[in-house]
Structures are given as structure tokens and as C-alpha cells.
Design a protein around this ligand. Structure first.
Ligand SMILES: [Ca+2]
Length: 147
């Protein structure tokens, strides 16, 4: 009886291993690239579940590039929203108070619907944000999604 259990366990383990490897072998990879590539942008530093801002039902992906140069500001940072089904770039979010070193997109979170309109919202951190002439105080911007 004990031997039967061991044989059964080995068979199950082999099946799981085989099935796991088979699943990896058929996995496909979608590549998402920085729509405005700049050296040292850090695109992909943060990846988060995006909000379905256009309400089309397709999953969205938010990707931060906190060291992205924007206009003349180095390390200002940007965040890009992609359609998770086809990988298309949908829109770009910029720091509402842009400046060099803001690192906008250093963190991203989707806390759900914060204003009660039943549309999920999202928050983007800028850990290097200057506030009242104080360097790198940091700030979080909560973006309220609109249909
Ligand atoms: Ca909302």
C-alpha cells in the first residue's frame, strides 16, 4: 500500500512537472517599449495594474519611467498607460508640477475608486518632488479617472 502511494505521488509529480514545462514552452511574450525612449529613463522601474480609463473592458498596464528626461528636465519622469491586450500605448501622464529630479513615476498604485464615482483611480508617486523650495520632499498625485 505504501509503495502504491509513492508510485502515485511520483506519477503526479511527473505530470505536474511536465504540464508546468509545457505551459512555459507555449507562453508568449508581449514586449512594451518606452514610447518616448530617452537614455537612462528607467522605463519599467515600476509596473502596475492600470485603470480601465476608456472603459472598454481591456486590462491596462501602467509603466513608470521615473528617470525620463521630459522637455529640458532630467530625471523628471513619466508614466505610460498601455492596453494590456494588444500592447498599444494609450496615453502618457506627466508631472503636474514638472521640474528636474522629480522622479514622477517612482511608484504607482491603483487604490480603487477614491472619489466614489465607481471608476477606479490611480496614484503616482514623485519621490523627488520639490515642495516650497525644499528638495526631494516627494509628493503623490492621485489621478481621478474620467470616462
Ligand atoms: Ca473614481
Amino acid at each position: 500500500m505504501y509503495l502504491h502511494r509513492r508510485v502515485l505521488a511520483c506519477v503526479l509529480f511527473t505530470l505536474l512537472l511536465f504540464c508546468g514545462l509545457s505551459a512555459q514552452a507555449v507562453a508568449r511574450v508581449m514586449t512594451l517599449d518606452n514610447p518616448m525612449p530617452r537614455p537612462y529613463a528607467g522605463f519599467g522601474y515600476v509596473v502596475a495594474e492600470g485603470v480601465d480609463v476608456n472603459q472598454d473592458g481591456a486590462p491596462k498596464i501602467l509603466i513608470g519611467a521615473p528617470f525620463q528626461t521630459v522637455d529640458q528636465f532630467h530625471v523628471q519622469g513619466e508614466v505610460f498607460l498601455f492596453n494590456g491586450q494588444d500592447g498599444h500605448h494609450l496615453t502618457t501622464f506627466d508631472d503636474p508640477y514638472p521640474h528636474q529630479g522629480a522622479t514622477f513615476g517612482y511608484s504607482i498604485a491603483s487604490p480603487g475608486d477614491v472619489n466614489g464615482d465607481k471608476i477606479p483611480d490611480f496614484a503616482i508617486g514623485a519621490s523627488g518632488q520639490i515642495i516650497m523650495d525644499k528638495v526631494a520632499v516627494g509628493r503623490v498625485f492621485v489621478f481621478l479617472s474620467q470616462p
